[in-house]
Design a protein around this ligand. Sequence first.
Ligand SMILES: [Ca+2]
Ligand SMILES: [Ca+2]
Ligand SMILES: [Ca+2]
Length: 266
Amino acid sequence: MILIFVILARADRHENSATAVVRNGQKCLPVLGILLVSFFAFGSRDAEAGIVFTETWESPVVAANSTTTLLPAPWGEFTGGAMSSILHAADANRFAQPLPSPAGGNQVLELAGTNTGIFRMSGEALQINSIFTLSAAIGNDATLGAANEFWSLQLWADTNGSSSFEGSGSDTFIGQQFGSSSTAVTAAEGQWALNSFSFETGGDDSLSGQELIVFLNNFDTGSSYYDNVSLSVSTVPEPSSVCILSVGLLALIVGRRRREAHLDVC
Ligand SMILES: [Ca+2]
Ligand SMILES: [Ca+2]
Ligand SMILES: [Ca+2]
């Protein structure tokens, strides 16, 4: 990164030595173009993005209009309270079949009852300068007037190293997006909306090495509906690299304008 900036700076200085040639803005375009391409190429936050898992709830297959409490591995019920979880074929009275985007297929997860939740160990160790994004299609049951707003997408850290989820006091709550939040997207009746929660670790290494836990929750009355649950991780470029490029670009632009202003005066 530093080498690229040095090369660009030298190229800029070399061009200055032939100052007589630089009389209009067109000469700036190649250098600025290279800088901008470099910035986006090396500064892209999604350069190393990857999907950790996607869960569609299409397996095991259940008959239409029926349910099962059998969760696909490695999902498990959270045992900290009166929990239940139901994987069921979408009832035509609740949602159209096949399920409209951003949901899909014919099966969804229903979490029924106050403070119901299921979790999944992600297999991902938390590390600095990373962004973890948990997203899901959230459904609005057409048979009820309520907006099914008590869903919650949560990320936790396995602080006690149990490779399981025990909740507060044992594991660390990282954050959530939830249905009654002002930033949540609520689908129309019978429809689905994509919601997500992102956690950027930055340079904080307090949770580094701990396994990330995904927790899906229904925190109040009624039911929550989830489909196409997905976890992704991307690496944030080194702050020093972004800083060097930004400062370098700014310095070159300012320097160029000053020299051009000087030439105009002369
Ligand atoms: Ca599905
Ligand atoms: Ca509803
Ligand atoms: Ca744990």
